[in-house]
Design a protein around this ligand. Structure first.
Ligand SMILES: *Cc1c(COP(=O)(O)O)cnc(C)c1O
Length: 231
């Protein structure tokens, strides 16, 4: 993992590269709360956690006055109740069952939860996300849940592909976002395209992303001690 000097320099460089075109979310899996707070002190305003248990362990120590937390990993329905009052957005909504549970837990606490629809843009078998061709009907179905605020789309595109294929995937995701926005003209909340990670965020931004989720380019390579959990 990077030291503080490297983290500060990386944040400064990335913010200047983004130049206001996209928001920076720091993906903080495996990163201790102290370094998360250091990143926040250097201008990070959004952090993203992948695992419920890890988020709960770090939650009290995270500087929540100066940053908001998004949930960005696969979320099991039985764990929604633990995070519903701790995150400002759930980016990884990928089933009606999950949407229904978020609705239930949000209603219980009389709050509204902002969500993104996760798209499996490459139709990869075994990967989380709604198939691209089903995204519009999925978003229509979310209208049944009054405590959910659908704010846009999120994706983790296929990894092993050419620059050209990557670009096509970014464009496909942005186009889905735009197609749905065209039907939601009066809905200002529908405003977020969350795509782009350490290796490809500039290409993502050039192809329609306005929220990039960056981990290793800020914090250095992670050691998972095994299989990684990004899918
Ligand atoms: C880890 C993670 C990222 C960041 O990945 P890097 O390649 O380290 O930038 C982005 N999105 C999700 C969902 C992740 O789990």
């Amino acid at each position: 993992m990077n030291g503080k000097e490297q983290i500060a320099a990386a944040i400064e460089r990335i913010l200047s590269e983004l130049d206001g075109r996209a928001e920076l979310l720091a993906a903080t899996k495996t990163v201790p709360a102290e370094l998360i707070n250091f990143a926040i002190s250097k201008g990070v305003r959004l952090i993203g956690e992948n695992r419920v248990q890890e988020l709960l362990e770090k939650y009290d120590a995270i500087d929540k006055k100066n940053a908001q937390i998004h949930f960005i990993g696969h979320l099991q329905t039985n764990k929604v109740k633990y995070i519903i009052d701790k995150v400002s957005m759930i980016e990884s909504v990928d089933s009606i069952a999950l949407a229904r549970e978020i609705e239930k837990q949000a209603a219980k606490r009389d709050l509204s939860m902002r969500i993104l629809v996760e798209i499996n843009v490459g139709n990869e078998p075994g990967k989380s996300g709604i198939a691209p061709e089903e995204t519009e009907s999925f978003v229509d179905a979310l209208a049944a849940f009054p405590h959910l605020i659908p704010c846009g789309v999120m994706a983790v595109p296929p990894k092993n592909c050419t620059e050209e294929e990557k670009k096509k995937n970014f464009q496909k995701i942005s186009q889905k976002f735009l197609d749905i926005r065209a039907k939601k003209e009066d809905n200002k909340e529908w405003s977020i395209v969350s795509v782009g990670m350490s290796g490809d965020y500039l290409s993502a931004v050039e192809n329609g992303s306005n929220l990039v989720r960056i981990g290793s380019a800020v914090f250095g390579e992670r050691n998972y001690g095994g299989e990684n959990n990004t899918k």
